[in-house]
Ligand binder design. Structure first.
Ligand code: MLT
Length: 387
């Protein structure tokens, strides 16, 4: 037996595991401390009641022989796939068939699983800084990475790859910087992919935060994108499903990958739980939409509170509009982990060190608007003492 040695090249700990370990270590020494968590983007509001009711009904169905369900379709139930098309795409003039919609257990798994579709010799373009899963997934497969720097000078907007990239991971609204692309800016990437016969894996987990009319909600709003893009969405951040687990992936037939992905899923994935899918379906009811948007409105306000609060304290910040993350430069040229440690030690506040998203994240930290509002207010108050 030979192990996959590529895995040995990963950092010892995944970013959010390292943050959790450091936070726990601090809490062991200071059990009395009330640590405020503004680090990982995990939702804090409970699930909307309409979703809870739908999941209760689904559980009850499973209790009776007449309504019991066992294995579902690997690609998800037709009623949810159709609801996705009707609500998330048709209103934007995008027409998909249910065979192109694959229900998943969230964005994270499919971001990695899609790797199965492509030869390991393919080169991968990844924004830097970026959500670490794209990098880890590519490294696990031993693929060569081409970095697309996102620098403060250009508002964290990436340029096209200078050399040929076979696969491009794009995430907009961006995690961690909160940057968005206009239609024209995203079209450049689609045109690049068309010209180079590349594929874009478009992580659209934060789509619901978009407010500006010029920012596309789906990559399929762009000319030619159905030939070159796979879009990944998640209910984690939209509807509070980080624990429930449900999302979806669009693989258009025009990519030539739809049948391959279906075949792959039939072997390796037994489907998302019936209960989660019924919960997701409820998001698309009129009541569901209203309740979900009320939660999103709350998080958007929290994002503004963090961004404005940090600005008032003298920090340089980006994001927080069209996105739930606020990207903040560390003071006095401190490196990301030193600032993380001092914020934890002096204020008992947890953030995410920017360098955890790549070397170009060094000198920045990220704050999450999914945090509890009262904890955010308290965190900003405590941070006055170190401003
Ligand atoms: C983040 O904090 O970047 C994300 O919430 C983590 C995740 O989605 O896995």
């Amino acid at each position: 037996m030979q192990i996959n040695t590529h895995l040995q090249q990963l950092k010892d700990n995944y970013l959010f595991t390292e943050i959790a370990n450091r936070t726990q270590a601090y809490q062991r020494v200071h059990p009395e401390a009330h640590v405020l968590r503004l680090g990982i983007g995990d939702v804090t509001l409970p699930l909307p009641s309409v979703i809870i009711d739908a999941m209760h009904r689904a559980v009850d169905e499973l209790a009776h022989v007449e309504t019991f369900r066992g294995y579902g379709p690997e690609e998800g139930y037709h009623w949810l796939r159709q609801a996705i098309i009707d609500n998330d795409y048709v209103p934007r003039g995008i027409h998909l068939t249910p065979e192109e919609v694959f229900i998943s257990d969230g964005a994270g798994s499919d971001l990695g699983n899609l790797s199965d579709l492509f030869d390991t010799a393919n080169t991968v373009a990844i924004l830097e800084p970026s959500y670490p899963a794209y990098v880890d997934t590519s490294r696990m497969a031993g693929r060569q990475i081409i970095w697309l720097p996102c620098l403060e000078q250009n508002n964290f907007y990436p340029d096209l790859p200078a050399q040929k990239a076979d696969i491009l991971y794009l995430c907009f609204p961006n995690n961690p910087t909160g940057t968005t692309l206009t239609k024209d800016q995203l079209q450049r990437f689609v045109d690049y992919a068309l010209a180079h016969k590349s594929i874009i894996i478009f992580d659209s987990a934060y789509e619901i935060f978009i407010e500006d009319p010029d920012v596309p909600h789906s990559i399929y709003e762009l000319e030619g994108a159905k030939q070159v893009a796979i879009e990944i969405r998640s209910y984690s951040k939209t509807a509070g499903f980080t624990g429930v687990r449900c999302g979806y992936t669009i693989v258009p037939k025009e990519t030539g990958l739809q049948q391959m992905w279906y075949r792959r899923q039939c072997t390796k994935y037994n489907g998302t739980s019936y209960i989660s899918q019924r919960g997701a379906e409820a998001i698309y009811s009129p009541e569901g939409k209203a309740q979900v948007m009320s939660n999103i409105h709350h998080y958007k306000q929290t994002a503004q509170l963090i961004a404005n609060g940090l600005r008032d304290l003298g920090y340089d910040v980006w994001g927080g509009k069209n996105a739930p993350y606020v990207w903040c430069r560390t003071p006095h040229g401190m490196d990301s982990w030193s600032f993380f440690d001092s914020l934890l030690e002096q204020c008992q506040v947890v953030c995410t060190p920017g360098v955890g998203f790549g070397t170009l994240g060094e000198g920045f930290v990220r704050f999450s608007a999914f945090s509890d509002r009262k904890e955010v207010e308290e965190a900003l108050k405590r941070m006055q003492t170190i401003a």
